[in-house]
Design a protein around this ligand. Sequence first.
Ligand code: CP
Ligand code: NVA
Length: 299
Amino acid sequence: MQVRHFISLLDLSGNELRDLIHRAIWLKQHRDHDFQPLKGRVLAMIFEKSSTRTRLSFETGMVQFGGHAIFLSPRDTQLGRGEPLEDSAKVISSMVDCIMLRTHEHQTVTTFARHSRVPVINGLTDLLHPCQLLADMQTYFEERGDISGKTVAWIGDGNNMCHSYINAARQFDFKLNIACPADYRPLPAIVEPAGCRIRFFDDPLQAATDADLVVTDVWASMGQEEEQQKREQAFHNFQVNSQTMQAAHHDALFMHCLPAHRGEEVSAEVIDGPQSVVFSEAENRLHAQKALLEFLICR
Ligand code: CP
Ligand code: NVA
C-alpha cells in the first residue's frame, strides 16, 4: 500500500479529515490505557525550531498508544552537519514507523517525504501548520458542532497558520474573512484555489462581523524575531480585543495556537475571557495527533 504523508491538510480528503476529527473526539472521551495500537512502533521527531505543544503531544501520544518517540535535533545529529536530506530520510525511515519534522523551509519536509518509506508529518514549516488545524477543528466541533457553512475571521499575519486556515476552509467548507496589512497577505498560490470562500478586509472589525470563530497568531513567527519592531508597527491596528469580539457573533469562539503575546495580537481580556478556548485547543493537539498517528501508521 502506498505510504500516506500529512504535509498539508490537502493530503487527506475532506471525508478523511472529518473522520479523523470524530476519531480524535472519541479517543479523548474514551481514554483507555489498554488500547495500544502502536505497541512497539517508533516515531522520530526532528525539530529545527523550538516547541512545547508539538513535541509534548506527539511524544505523549506515542507513549499512550504503547509506542515510543525519539527527539532529534539538527544540533546533535548529522543533519546539522550537512548530511544530505535524501540520505537522512532513507536511513531514518529504514528504522522507524513514522517521522515528524518541524523545519524552516517547507521544501525540507517535502524532500524528506519523497525519500521516506514511512509516513512523514509536517509539525510546522514556514508555510503550513496542519497539525494545529486538526486540533482547532476538533475544538470547534466539540464546542459548536460541524464548522461547515460557518464564518471564521483570521486577524493578523498571512503566515503558516493563516495558510492552513485557508486550506481548512476548502476541506471543511467554511468562509474565511482575512484582515491583515497589505504587505503581510497570505500567498496567492494558497489563496486562489480556495476561491470565493476567502474574503480580504482592511478593517479587522469588518472581518469579524458575525464571525463564528475569531483566530489570530503572533505578529512575528519563529525565525522573524529581528522583524519584531517593524511588525509591531504594521500590525498595531490588528489586535483581537473586546471590540473585535463584540463585532463577532454573540457566541463566537476565540482561538490562538499559542504561544501568545498578550497586549500584542490579542488582549488579555479576550485570551483569558469566556469566549477563549485556547487551552482546549492546546490539549486537543494530543487527541487529534493520536488519531492522525493511528490513521497513518495502522493502515
Ligand atoms: N502551537 C504550537 O505548535 O506550539 P509549539 O510551538 O509549542 O509546538
Ligand atoms: N506562526 C507561528 C506558529 C507557532 C506555533 C510560528 O511559526 O512561529
